[in-house]
Design a protein around this ligand. Structure first.
Ligand SMILES: Cc1cc2nc3c(=O)[nH]c(=O)nc-3n(C[C@H](O)[C@H](O)[C@H](O)COP(=O)(O)OP(=O)(O)OC[C@H]3O[C@@H](n4cnc5c(N)ncnc54)[C@H](O)[C@@H]3O)c2cc1C
Length: 399
């Protein structure tokens, strides 16, 4: 096959009837229970408790998690379909699911059996919520640059620092937190970081200000303050000082979910624009008959389907355990989020004045899509990852 993938197997998307049945079930739930509430969620900036409870009953919090830890199984592709369908109605609800993944995936990949049983099981069943606290006031892209400190004292670590933009922190029962346990080595800037599970009731943990971001209303991020928080040594996730790998490997997996969120936003914006272009008449004919609008609709659809294919492809590669999924996941995240932003912008334009009226629900797609280009690795960072991984895989070189 073509550079840098070697086999036709690498290009397969393994969608089955089971995936489609699952999509139908999620769509039915979303169309009847979530879509009619989008204005309430925008207005209150909260996801209603009854929606979360129903999602729990449906087992949606466990999709993609192993059954042995209370999950529903299904892998990354099933999880991407869930995220896509939920984001098509209310993207911030997909963030609520996503932050649980950000909490559980580092534990599933690097944690102990006890940690998986104790912390992943309640999150997968929806009985508890997790959050992921890595970003700091001094920076989020540069994971090796974090300032939060953890020092070991007997059988505990004492953590002090400040995290910002932490989604779901106010509702979280548990957080994974990154902290420096040792200074970096001269040759390895990333060395010396460790990851811990922190429970919300540990003394010294405080949830600070809420950030009022432009979109994803319903799931706004928070500041998290750690003031000499005493964490049992058994809550260390993965080897001490190797936490950088824990964090970046987690994002390799979770960014497929962000691509899927973007596909859901793009799908919603596209559907709305297409319907409007069929109904709205100007100069005696429907908008869709005006060639400038026809072209826009065609370009929106092109980007939407390309984004979906990249996302499902990355998820399939991840489910097969292929290391190349990392390139595919970054391609999908950067492409799908930028496609969603562009498609949302065109949807506004096609709606004219109604596109910028907050009551029509069109402009919110743009506000939400822009956020997907920023979190879990900005799209600049995705571009760095794509080229680094490509050069490493093809030429065996580190750049
Ligand atoms: C709504 C929302 C929810 C979030 N939820 C969470 C969460 O739950 N947990 C969490 O830990 N974080 C979360 N974040 C934080 C998010 O991951 C960071 O904002 C993001 O990683 C970027 O970090 P930064 O904002 O510090 O920007 P910086 O890292 O300061 O970057 C600023 C700009 O410079 C660019 N840049 C940086 N380095 C390079 C480089 N080497 N080459 C080229 N360009 C570069 C970036 O792409 C960006 O455009 C959330 C953010 C938002 C907006």
């Amino acid at each position: 096959m073509v550079f840098p993938f070697n086999s036709v197997e690498d290009f397969k998307i393994e969608l089955t009837d089971e995936h489609e049945l699952f999509r139908k079930a999620v769509r039915e739930f979303v169309d009847s229970k979530v879509m009619p509430r989008w204005q309430e969620i925008e207005r209150t900036n909260r996801i209603p408790e009854d929606i979360l409870n129903e999602m729990k009953e449906q087992g949606f919090f466990g999709v993609g998690f192993p059954e042995e830890y209370g999950g529903q199984g299904g892998g990354q592709l099933m999880s991407a379909i869930l995220m896509e369908e939920i984001a098509r109605a209310v993207p911030s609800l997909a963030v609520t699911i996503g932050v649980n993944h950000l909490f559980a995936i580092p534990i599933l990949l690097f944690g102990t059996e006890d940690q998986k049983k104790k912390y992943v099981t309640p999150v997968a069943s929806g009985d508890a919520q997790g959050a992921h606290a890595n970003t700091e006031p001094t920076g989020g892209s540069d994971v090796a640059g974090i300032q939060t400190r953890a020092r070991k004292e007997n059988d505990h670590y004492i953590i002090t620092g400040r995290k910002v933009f932490i989604s779901g922190a106010a509702d979280a029962d548990y957080l994974v937190v990154s902290a420096r346990t040792n200074p970096p080595r001269e040759d390895k800037r990333w060395w010396g970081i460790s990851v811990f599970i922190v429970e919300k009731d540990y003394p010294g943990l405080k949830i600070g200000q809420q950030f009022k971001v432009m979109g994803m209303r319903g799931e706004q991020p928070y500041e998290v303050i750690l003031d000499e928080v005493k964490v049992p040594a058994e809550n260390l996730v993965g080897p001490e000082n190797e936490g950088f790998k824990v964090i970046v490997t987690t994002y390799d997996h979770t960014r497929i979910g962000i691509a899927a969120q973007a596909v859901g936003i793009a799908q919603a914006a596209f559907e709305k624009a297409l319907n409007y272009a069929l109904q709205r008449e100007t100069f005696g004919q429907p908008l869709i008959q005006h060639q400038l609008i026809t072209g826009k609709i065609a370009d929106m659809y092109m980007k939407l389907e390309a984004a979906r294919l990249l996302t499902y492809w990355a998820a399939t590669l991840a489910d097969k355990g292929r290391r190349e999924f990392i390139i595919a996941a970054s391609l999908a995240k950067a492409f799908a989020t930028e496609a969603a932003e562009w498609i949302a912008r065109q949807a506004i334009q096609i709606h004219g004045g109604y596109g910028v009226d907050t009551e029509t629900g069109v402009e919110r797609y743009l506000r939400d899509a822009i956020i997907t280009t920023i979190y879990e690795g900005t799209n600049e960072i995705q571009r760095l990852t794509i080229v680094r991984m490509l050069v490493r895989q093809v030429f065996g070189l580190k750049i």
